[in-house]
Design a protein around this ligand. Structure first.
Ligand code: GLP
Length: 626
């Protein structure tokens, strides 16, 4: 297949199709798979599919199930091979890929069990080599893979081919990278529990498939997607090997496309529209590239970087520099709720009303503090009525040892007065037994999840108190998608939006802060944001909505770049220390590298480099256009 590329795709070395949403991409891919199955079956052949795990393919599998249930697509003549399996996990382990595939797809379609192939994570070490060779042979005997589905890890891996995997590697046992294990930590209740090894098809095995489709959603994947699509084809990013396959495609959503040259630097590929946003992006990019503050950029630098046309429009670099400097500078405010009685024409937020009702949505407890702890503190101290609304309980991240610590205290307390505390003692003993019975990876019973949820609530209240938020203003929605779900398997329902909507109606906020707009749609942040969006849209006619402004912040996700920021709230070293103090109230799960506040310092450094005032740290926001 020859690659027909438009000028704007000139940096892309493999066909990359950007869809408006992950759902649209998943539906298109499911249609393609349907055609493949029908074509092969009509010719009297089996269709051979290569499958992947992770959050990414979830919408695609749901669409296949829909095609089976509603449109009569049969999988009786389909054979599947999965990319990989954790080594050391048996098939019934709740995190095994075997179980994942059954829960996400196989149990819901008519594929015969003997047509399903996955590497065996329990094969003894001395038989691993032989097992892998057999897996390769089974693929060949099936006639080779017609279509291989892929996701991409943050290290750029496909399957579990971590950096360093060679182009012709075959199915084998591999050690997992640190980043990969961190990304799986939530599934396994902590990084220490994540297996250290896996059996994976090799890059060579994957490249032998007749067609390859790699999916990626969410902004957190954007950098690695750009490296795989535009970078050198080499072992450092195993997904880059798709470049030299004759029939490979990346299917991505808009958020995952954000670091591609055509999106990030459109003027370099002749597609610039020079909107105010694009202009700010270009000038900030040029300043950072030239390591110069905005006000020192000169015409030659603009001309040499494809921005000559922009200069002509603006009348010269000097005028442009001043315009963008001012715009960037006006994003900075110590008054995130608006400055009372001040002229607010150049300020990010309106002066009135004052005080405002501010509603901070936190998808998982800690997102709020991590993303905007300093801003919450300021809003409170400036007299606003600040409510923190925790959307998901976060109990799935609380370790068993935390729960044990809690019930042991309860047990010991009951020894003080055994007669009066008998009930509490029974409860504690029951929980301890449940933890023992389920083992480290069993499904947590409801009572244990409820306890963990309370532990998380306690931490969230503590953290909010450290920022000055009253306990009565900390709310817990316990959204059903999370309470009834598991990581990578969440499913939004109308019950979620109804609960979010109820608190909006009750509080009628002037300001809403939320995150998750560009997250993987299957992540907690992605699902929680979808629940909010639905509730918001359903309230189009509510009077309060006309006076409400929605600000986006970043927690777990990639931080905003300077040109995207519409409100930058600076923090002093003392404020930063208090924010870090609040983050440390979350003891029940370990997010060491997020606790440093480094991203707020990095944003402050970028402002400094652009020639703005130099602060210790900055929390960044942009307004949401629904
Ligand atoms: C794991 C899997 C990969 C998958 C990757 C990304 O490492 N072995 O096949 O692509 O995770 O996962 P997710 O789709 O959840 O982002």
């Amino acid at each position: 297949m020859t690659l027909q590329i438009s000028p704007e795709e000139q940096h892309e070395k493999v066909r990359t199709v950007v869809y408006a949403t992950a759902q649209a991409a998943a539906e298109a891919l499911a249609r393609e798979v349907r055609e493949l199955i029908e074509r092969k079956n009509a010719a009297g052949e089996m269709a051979v599919l290569g499958l992947a795990t992770g959050s990414t393919p979830v919408p695609f599998y749901r669409e296949l199930i829909r095609l089976y249930r509603e449109e009569g697509l049969s999988f009786r003549k389909v054979v599947t091979f999965n990319l990989d399996e954790y080594y050391g996990l048996n098939r019934e382990h709740r995190e095994s890929y075997y179980r994942f595939m059954r829960e996400q797809l196989f149990d819901h379609i008519d594929i015969p069990p003997e047509h399903v192939n996955l590497p065996d994570g329990m094969v003894p070490l001395e038989r691993v080599f032989e097992h892998c060779a057999e897996y390769e042979k089974r693929i060949v005997d099936a006639g080779g893979i017609d279509l291989q589905i892929l996701g991409i890890g943050r290290t750029g891996h496909i399957g579990f081919n971590e950096p360093g995997s060679s182009r012709d590697s075959l199915t084998r046992l591999v050690p997992l990278d640190r980043v990969t294990r961190q990304d799986a930590a939530a599934d396994f209740l902590g990084e220490d529990n994540v297996p250290r090894f896996a059996i994976t098809m090799g890059v060579g095995t994957i490249l032998r498939a007749k067609r390859l489709v790699l999916m990626a959603w969410g902004e957190n994947k954007s950098e690695i997607v750009a490296r795989a699509v535009e970078g050198e084809e080499n072992e450092a990013v195993s997904a880059s090997f798709l470049q030299s396959h004759g029939d490979a495609r990346f299917l991505i959503d808009r958020a995952a496309s954000n670091a591609l040259t055509r999106i990030k630097l459109p003027w370099l590929v002749g597609r610039a529209e020079w909107t105010p946003q694009e202009t700010r992006r270009a000038v900030c990019w040029l300043a950072l590239r030239e390591s110069k503050p905005i006000l020192k950029l000169v015409d030659e630098e603009y001309n040499e970087n494809g921005m000559g046309e922009l200069l002509t429009r603006k009348g010269g670099g000097y005028e442009l520099n001043i315009e963008i400097f001012n715009r960037q500078h006006h994003t900075i405010t110590g008054w995130p709720g608006g400055k009372p009685d001040a002229d607010d024409r150049q300020r990010p937020e309106r002066a009135s009303p004052h005080p405002k009702v501010c509603l901070v949505f936190s998808p998982e407890p800690q997102d709020d503090v991590m993303g905007m702890g300093g801003t919450i503190e300021r809003l409170v101290s400036q007299g606003h009525r600040v409510h923190v609304v925790h959307m998901a309980s976060g109990d799935l991240r609380v370790t068993d040892s935390e729960a044990l610590r809690f019930v042991r205290v309860l047990q010991e307390t009951s020894e003080i007065d055994p007669a009066r505390w008998a009930e509490a003692d029974r409860y504690a003993t029951g929980v301890i037994e449940e933890i023992g019975a389920k083992g480290p990876f069993g499904d947590p019973p409801r009572r244990l999840r409820d306890l963990k949820s309370l532990i998380r609530r306690g931490e969230a209240r503590d953290a909010a108190a450290a920022l000055g938020v009253e306990a009565a203003n900390v709310h817990f929605l316990d959204l059903p998608f999370y309470a009834e779900g598991r990581y990578r398997q969440f499913r939004l329902s109308s019950k979620d939006a109804a609960r979010v909507g109820a608190i909006l109606d009750r509080l009628q906020p002037h300001q809403i802060y939320i995150t998750g707009d560009l997250a993987d749609p299957s992540s907690v942040q992605g699902v929680a944001f979808a629940a909010f969006r639905q509730a918001w849209q359903e309230r189009e006619k509510s009077a309060w909505r006309a006076h409400c402004r929605v600000w986006l912040y970043r927690g777990h996700q990639k931080e905003f770049q300077p040109h995207e920021i519409q409100m930058a709230v600076p923090m002093s070293p003392d404020q930063m220390a208090r924010k870090i103090g609040a983050m440390h109230r979350f003891l029940s799960h370990n997010v060491a590298d997020l606790l440093s506040g480094e991203r707020n310092r990095a944003t402050a450094r970028l402002y400094d480099e652009l020639g703005m005032p130099e602060y210790e740290a900055v929390e960044a926001f942009r307004s949401w256009v629904s």
